[in-house]
Design a protein around this ligand. Structure first.
Ligand code: ATP
Ligand code: MG
Length: 392
């Protein structure tokens, strides 16, 4: 007997003729994510991902890494043994003894993809169920309402035995790389990492842009953004992070535009510069973390004024979410503790006392026209620092 890993995937199964292409992407993504973690073999057989040939003590880290790969719906540790009935019984008794040694309702579900196995699925389930019932006095068989479902899958490589309820939930979604690329406007806040995660979950490759106001924002603030990008990279495997120097632009806006329009005009610069970066890196859309009504710059008129300056679609996956829902997601993806670190963001430094709540495009265009937009943008783009980010 040895311990191995089985994983299931979701939506790809619906992809018909394209399914092999999606499966290959998923396998490649798994291999990439495990490359620095453990030597192992990854394959797909009968709509199941099989990971084996790894050192025993690596199993938990492999499961943990796989739980962050989009496309996988669940991951299970399983015992793998010879396809001989006595061996299967002995392996099940040994491998499942902790779970079956306390009072519980249980049932056995068997599956036979190797049709040369002498018992069919029902016969195997009944035999194994009876055997376990005899071996463990505390458990009772209940096929309608079990607390524990013992699974036994007879496959090419052998018999896989595990408890269904012990599986680790996967991310779901689609494999990264199946949905072209988008550029995320990544601040140091709670919302934008969640927005990036939601779009990446649909298979979209992500690069990120951060606008940085040195010396008004500290190196610690920059480290925080890099850390957030690293957390996202656990799901996306790697990304480019473009750090754009934003101070000149902010000072110009502060000096030459009405205070109540400062945030809006700043946001329009962010959108225009991000679109240029996105065109350059092959992105098809921008991603931002607004939700309607959260702050003054996120009213529908403010979003209209902000998004009007670019042609590229702007994906705003949090648009209908409450702050609490976003916080819960942020905790789930492991970004929250980093997001709430108290280092200043470039926008917090230059916040107007009374931001315009219902701005009009015409007014903003007029106030903005005193600035040399092109020169400011060119200078900012020339100052970009591009950092390649990998998961920790
Ligand atoms: P977040 O929690 O993501 O910072 P927020 O609620 O603070 O969002 P805003 O400050 O209005 O909202 O920003 C709205 C969106 O604009 C952010 O979600 C992010 O996508 C983008 N953004 C804001 N500041 C920056 C920045 N310094 N660099 C890159 N993108 C930014
Ligand atoms: Mg913010």
């Amino acid at each position: 007997m040895k311990e191995t890993i089985l994983a299931k995937y979701g939506e790809i199964i619906l992809k018909g003729g394209n399914r092999p292409r999606f499966e290959k992407m998923l396998i490649d993504n798994i291999k990439r994510a495990l490359k620095n973690v453990a030597k192992c073999r990854v394959a797909i057989r009968q709509a199941t991902i099989l990971v084996d040939d790894f050192e025993e003590d690596k199993i938990d880290i492999i499961v943990e890494r796989m739980s962050k790969i989009f496309g996988i719906t669940s991951i299970t540790k399983a015992a793998l043994c010879e396809k001989e009935l006595p061996v299967i019984f002995e392996t099940a008794k040994e491998y499942l003894k902790d779970d079956l040694s306390r009072p519980a309702r249980f049932k056995v579900e068997a599956k036979r993809s190797d049709k040369s196995f002498p018992l069919n699925s029902t016969e195997l389930a009944i035999k194994l169920g009876g055997d376990l019932d005899d071996a463990f006095p505390d458990i009772v068989c209940d096929v309608h309402n079990p607390e524990i479902t013992v699974k036994c899958e007879i496959r090419e490589a052998g018999a896989y035995i595990y408890i269904l309820e012990n599986r680790t939930e996967g991310q779901g979604g689609m494999p990264i790389g199946s949905g072209s690329k988008a550029t995320l406007l990544l601040s140091g806040g709670i919302d934008s990492p969640v927005a990036g995660h939601m779009i990446a979950k649909r298979g979209v490759t992500i690069d990120a842009v951060n606008f940085f106001s040195f010396p008004y924002t500290s190196d610690r603030a920059k480290e925080k953004v890099i850390d957030l990008a690293k957390i996202l990279a656990r799901y996306t495997s790697r990304m480019n992070l473009y750090i754009v120097p934003f101070t000149e632009i902010q000072l110009e806006i502060r000096d030459k535009c009405p205070e109540e329009y400062m945030t809006l005009i700043m946001r329009r610069f962010m959108m225009r510069i991000s679109e240029k970066i996105a065109v350059e890196n092959g992105s098809k859309a921008l991603i931002t973390g607004e939700s309607v009504g959260q702050v003054a710059s996120q009213t529908l008129s403010a979003l209209d004024v902000t998004n009007a300056v670019i042609d590229m679609p702007v994906l705003q996956p949090l648009i209908g979410m409450d702050k609490l829902e976003v916080i819960n997601r942020s905790v789930e993806i492991g970004a929250y503790d980093t997001s709430i670190l108290p280092y200043e963001d470039c926008c917090t430094v230059f916040t107007p006392r009374h931001p315009k709540v219902n701005p009009k495009r015409k007014d903003v265009e007029r106030f903005e026209s005193v600035l040399d937009i092109e020169a400011l943008e060119t200078a900012a783009i020339e100052g970009i620092e591009c950092i390649e980010v990998y998961p920790d």
